[in-house]
Design a protein around this ligand. Structure first.
Ligand code: NDP
Length: 314
């Protein structure tokens, strides 16, 4: 092995060690603001990181609504958790289907009256290894960005007032960072606009992803200055990060007792179906930054993106 490779390996191992140290920090009893009556909804929870987040939130003593776009798969997944003694309910939810979202909201209102935590985990990616196909760009943007946005809009009116505040956590990716060293938008003006809360609006975010999709349709996207790795997926997560920043600002106007905190995070490179079981951490380890964010005792933090070392990033 060359010196360069050895150094890279050392850096990687050190980083993994730092992450595992963080993971050993428990939630102490006096910090627990939640109870079995606290309701957490997880999208795409039938497998992978979503399933793990559902499991870990339920293991912390919350009531978890495991949602899945396929009813029978959702029932099977929920059964596994229920048989482990966890407080888990289950419902169908396809984040691309507005009638499914509506039906889910009606069910929640009737059965629980409201929710306290929303985890936007449902997502798709069709590239593996060094591929960069945009064949499914529309579905990727629709699911990862518009689906997440639709859920946030549908769930906010159902979020219950509480002293601790309700929470929204979205599973994003460091591939969608605005100012990462690599894989960023070439257009500096657009980057600044997406990064500046005074300039940022839902219209700017939608226009950005729609311009990309238009270029995919026209066959001109390759010269569009978009991120170079998994371009469609990176664009979808870039939009999730920007929307999180925007909603952090919008929601911060709410009065005490009705606060809603919103953040997103990168779980790391996780061994799930999405990565073809590649990756360097398990779904269990990938999920826990999200669980930590959802349960933060002192939620002064909102509108932020967290890396897998739980550092605030951009
Ligand atoms: P999986 O492919 O294992 O899980 C994705 C989940 O999303 C599945 O439950 C899937 O349902 C669900 N889903 C997809 N489309 C919809 C939809 N329209 N409505 C409802 N649910 C849907 O992948 P991961 O667990 O790895 O991914 C979970 C999240 O983590 C995603 O947002 C992903 O982008 C993100 N992420 C993952 C990383 C990784 O390394 N794995 C890295 C960074 C981010 P179904 O089973 O029916 O297909």
């Amino acid at each position: 092995m060359t010196g360069k490779h050895e150094k890279a390996k050392e850096r990687r191992e050190k980083r993994l060690q730092e992450i595992s140290l963080l993971r050993t920090i428990p939630y102490s009893d006096h910090q627990r603001w939640w109870s079995p009556e606290t309701i957490a909804v997880v999208t795409g929870a039938n497998r992978g990181i979503g399933f793990e987040m559902a499991r870990q939130l339920a293991a912390q003593g919350l009531t978890v609504i495991l949602t899945s776009r396929d009813t029978s798969v959702g029932l099977e997944a929920a059964k596994v958790l229920q048989e482990g003694g966890l407080n888990v309910d289950v419902h169908q939810l396809d984040v691309l289907d507005s009638s499914s979202i509506q039906e889910f909201c009606d069910w929640i209102r009737e059965r629980y009256g409201g929710i306290d935590i929303l985890v936007n985990n449902a997502g798709v990616n069709y590239n593996l290894g060094s591929d960069n196909s945009v064949e499914f760009a529309k579905e990727v943007i629709q699911t990862n960005y518009y689906g997440t946005k639709a859920m946030i809009k549908a769930m906010i009116p159902l979020m219950r007032p509480s002293a601790a505040g309700a929470r929204i956590v979205s599973v994003s990716s460091r591939l969608g960072r605005l100012n990462g060293r690599r894989n960023r938008l070439r257009d500096l003006t657009l980057r600044e606009q997406l990064g500046d809360l005074d300039d940022l609006s839902e219209e700017v975010i939608d226009r950005t992803v729609n311009t990309f999709l238009q270029q995919v349709e026209d066959g001109t996207w390759q010269s569009g200055g978009w991120p170079q790795t998994y371009t469609d997926y990176s664009m979808s997560k870039l939009a999730v990060n920007a929307y999180t920043r925007l909603m952090g600002k919008i929601l911060s106007d709410r009065p005490d007792g009705e606060k809603i905190y919103i953040n997103c995070f990168c779980p790391g490179w996780v061994k799930t179906a999405m990565t073809g079981w590649a990756g360097n951490i398990s779904a269990e380890d990938g999920a826990d930054t999200g669980v930590w964010l959802a349960l933060l005792p002192d939620q002064a933090i909102t509108g932020k993106f967290f890396g897998e070392r739980r550092e605030i990033s951009f």
